[in-house]
Design a protein around this ligand. Structure first.
Ligand SMILES: *[C@@H]1O[C@H](CO)[C@@H](O)[C@H](O)[C@H]1NC(C)=O
Length: 437
């Protein structure tokens, strides 16, 4: 401050006045004008100073530098000052910085271009800046500095991963700040639809949902997965947050083929589809309670079909009489346990098994997920058997094995599947011949 006083050597201004002005952090504009006017008394001017062009408004991202340019013609002995219009805080007079803000500096070329530099702009720098010439009356013009801030999530008001029982409600929140105000939208990571249920009960499917709060009502297992909330306000970078929605439910087993007939000496694969969340422990038990594990006899496999579906298979190799009987697939999770029975029986014949047409109506009733929302368009379809061959073995033989189900078997080898599928698709008559011979 003392440096300013000595260096400026304002004619006509008393040292006391200058000291007061310089030390007062928020000197009033008027006082500065008085100071500036005083300084000019001893300089004559041929022309009156005037602004050559308006100040260009600036939009600057947080942390970058801003430079206001004030172009003045015929400045003569007058001086140019910068004042922040809203707070009246004097930034600079001529080539001296007045404000204590260390991020502010000034520069000028010839007496025409007067620059105010604000380094590393902060939100408090936003506002109008006035370029003044100390004429009487003073001349001034304004430039606006907008400081834009990229979006950012407010951690305390943004959801983390959630767990919800099926049928329950989930409220996901992502609050974002930024300038201008950030806009939040939701998407599913897998690109699937978001099901929005309005209070009326009406549901709509959308690929993206706008708003800081996303409510999932009567949530189903198909709504399980990763949701992304994306905040943007036109200032890069856009930010996103990933929120996992876990939907919990009692395990359910679906069995495509409950009765499997195969001749001795062939390999046969038994299959169960398990739906469970949290993930279940899955295993097979033969007959009275011997757990089936992979060996020369058995090949036990588990394949994930979706976030909550797995296909359990056991291939029984080289069937013998002892292999016939019941096989139970069992699934357990923290919400419960379920099992389903598959009956493997011997059929005569060299190396073939038979499939009867699959009965779609019975399927859902007996093996479908009783707990799942009965909702055609949103329910998850479980793979239906693709092999529909005719004819099958006589139904009468298997009546005792199932109350309502039409029995059918699995085909023992890949070769047979390929042959039979191709045959069934291309030439049903040929299939008939093939199997009746
Ligand atoms: C700067 O912005 C203000 C409004 O904030 C506007 O009135 C003025 O015309 C703008 N100046 C220029 C040079 O665009």
């Amino acid at each position: 401050m003392m440096g300013y006083i000595t260096a400026s050597a304002l004619p006509g201004a008393s040292l006391t006045a200058a000291t007061t002005a310089a030390t007062a952090k928020t000197s009033s504009t008027h006082f500065v004008l008085l100071l500036l006017t005083a300084s000019i008394l001893q300089f004559g001017a041929a022309y009156q100073p005037e602004f050559a062009e308006p100040i260009v408004n600036l939009t600057v991202p947080l942390g970058r530098d801003a430079i206001f340019r004030c172009l003045v013609h015929h400045l003569g002995g007058y001086r140019v000052g910068w004042v922040k219009a809203d707070t009246k805080a004097i930034q600079a007079i001529h080539d001296h910085v007045i404000t204590h803000n260390p991020r502010v500096s000034v520069s000028h070329n010839d007496h025409t271009t007067w620059n105010l530099h604000i380094h590393n702009v902060q939100e408090e720098d936003r506002g109008q800046y006035m370029c003044q010439i100390n004429t009487d009356p003073m001349k001034s013009q304004l430039g606006f500095l907008d400081v834009v801030v990229p979006p950012d999530f407010i951690a305390e008001e943004t959801s983390g991963d959630v767990m919800v029982p099926e049928g329950g409600m989930v409220k996901l929140t992502c609050r974002a700040r930024g300038h201008p105000e950030a806009h939040v939208q939701w998407r599913r990571e897998d690109g699937g639809d978001i099901i929005v249920r309005e209070p009326s009960g009406h549901r709509t499917r959308v690929t993206s949902y706008q708003g800081e709060v996303l409510r999932l009502m009567k949530v189903t297992r198909s709504e399980m997965g990763a949701y992304m909330c994306i905040a943007s306000n036109g200032v890069p970078p856009t930010v996103s947050k990933r929120i996992i929605v876990n939907v919990h439910f009692h395990p359910v087993i679906q069995v495509p083929n409950q009765l499997v007939g195969a001749p001795l000496g062939t390999d046969v694969t038994l299959e169960c589809i398990v739906e469970a969340s949290p993930k279940s422990i899955n295993y097979w038990v033969k007959g009275t309670g011997e757990m089936v594990i992979s060996s020369a006899k058995y090949d036990v496999q588990v394949a994930a079909k979706s976030l909550f579906e797995v296909q359990m298979t056991v291939t029984v190799r080289n069937l013998e009489k002892d292999d016939m009987g019941s096989y139970r697939c069992i699934a357990k999770n923290s919400l419960g346990e379920v099992e389903s029975n598959i009956r493997l029986y011997e059929i005569p014949g060299p190396t073939r098994a038979y499939n009867l047409p699959f009965d779609e109506e019975d399927y859902g009733e007996q093996f479908g997920s009783a707990e799942r929302e009965q909702d055609e368009d949103f329910s998850n379809s479980v793979g239906r058997p693709s092999l529909h061959m005719t004819p099958g073995p006589p139904r009468a033989t298997y009546d005792t094995l199932s109350e309502s189900h039409v029995p059918y078997g699995t085909v023992p080898s890949c070769v047979a599947i390929i042959v039979a599928t191709a045959a069934a698709m291309i030439l049903p008559l040929f299939t008939l011949v093939l199997f009746t011979i």
